[in-house]
Design a protein around this ligand. Structure first.
Ligand code: AQP
Length: 332
């Protein structure tokens, strides 16, 4: 994590695929919440990105609203942050096309996410999946962002955004700041509960992640049956004990304890005792989120109003940038 003394523009988003889990929260949203206090923050639901993998069109609108509710339930304040839906601000796709013309294919071919998702969705390797990082560049550069709070998996994409900004600036004149990714020092890559060698992902089996709104009994079940390693000591060792180490990271972040404190607390105790205590911590931490979510699910009009306001505020910035980019590229 880097620290900033003055206010900056911050942009980030999450796709409306699956359910927002504690990996998304600890890697990204938790940072958003503290950043919104002193910075100009722009957070969106990345619906256009979610079209690049198989999805159900009839369910998409509900999934988008679910994500907005999750943002607010987790602590985003619509008075402080601009919250909107990506596809409602058309400038994202216009800038994406412009940036496509300065982004070398070779750089897109190197992207780990493209390689992984191409393997995962063998029958749907579409051009959108390939171009995903260019749309992400548009999402960020449209707001001339300085910082992009994301988890580790998105770091490579933000690097590419910097490279695209540089290329555009060199070709057409100084236009975009080169944004930096902001990763939390701990928790930038929370691993799957079912396979601690894999990242926790919302498009995987729900047993492999804890959603922000899982009911207490489900949280307990998932943690108690999470994959742990041979042996029984609660000790952090990422290579030899990836399962228990991942759970220690989650415990530490939610209970605000260091690894050493946790190891000391569970000295002489076994995995099961540790998991019970972790379940309790997670259930308690997420309780206010669940409560707020239930409240917001009944406030349809309020949520729509937030999105309408957010769209207008986002458009205001986006239109100024797009006009500048159009002029620089000779389109006006
Ligand atoms: N396991 C994770 N640990 C820490 N941070 C994570 N993020 C994702 N997984 C973890 C961060 O959360 C944000 C979500 O971004 P996204 O919705 O664009 O998708 P993603 O990065 O591909 O996340 P998922 O959960 O794996 O979603 P699916 O399965 O839909 O692809 C990003 O900031 C990401 O870094």
């Amino acid at each position: 994590m880097f620290y900033v003394s003055c206010s900056m523009r911050v942009v980030s988003g999450i796709q409306p695929s699956g359910q927002i889990h504690i990996g998304n929260y600890l890697g990204a949203i938790k940072q958003w919440i503290s950043l919104q206090e002193k910075n100009e923050c722009v957070f969106f639901v990345a619906d256009l990105h979610s079209l690049t993998v198989p999805y159900e069109p009839k369910e998409l609108q509900n999934k988008i609203i679910e994500k907005v509710i999750a943002y607010i339930a987790a602590g985003l304040d619509p008075e402080k942050s601009i919250i909107f839906v990506q596809s409602q601000v058309k400038e994202h796709t216009e800038l994406c096309w412009m940036l496509n013309t300065v982004c070398p294919i070779g750089e897109l071919e190197r992207m780990t996410q493209f390689k992984e998702k191409s393997k995962k969705f063998k029958n749907n390797i579409n051009a959108g999946l390939f171009n995903y990082p260019v749309l992400m560049a548009a999402d960020i550069l449209l707001y001339k962002a300085h910082a992009v709070p994301v988890g580790k998996d998105q770091e490579q994409h933000v690097e590419l955004v910097r490279s695209i900004a540089k290329k555009f600036n060199q070709k057409f004149g100084e236009t975009f700041p080169e944004p930096k990714s902001m990763l939390p020092k701990i928790g930038a890559k929370i691993m799957s509960l079912a396979d601690p060698k894999k990242k926790m992902s919302k498009s995987d089996d729900p047993k492999s992640y804890i959603s922000l709104f899982d009911e207490p009994e489900d949280i307990q079940k998932k943690i108690m049956s999470s994959q742990t390693d041979s042996g029984k000591d609660v000790i952090y060792n990422i290579t030899k004990k990836p399962g228990i180490s991942n759970l220690i990271v989650i415990y530490g972040l939610l209970a605000d304890k260091t690894t050493e404190e946790i190891e000391k607390q569970f000295k002489g105790k076994n995995y099961s005792e540790f998991k019970k205590s972790l379940s309790k911590t997670v259930i308690e931490y997420l309780e206010p989120f669940r409560r707020k979510q239930k409240e917001l699910l009944l406030r349809d009009v309020y949520v729509k109003e937030i999105l309408n306001k957010g769209k207008l505020r986002a458009e205001n910035i986006a239109q100024t940038t797009i006009q500048e980019a159009r002029k620089k590229m000779g389109l006006e």
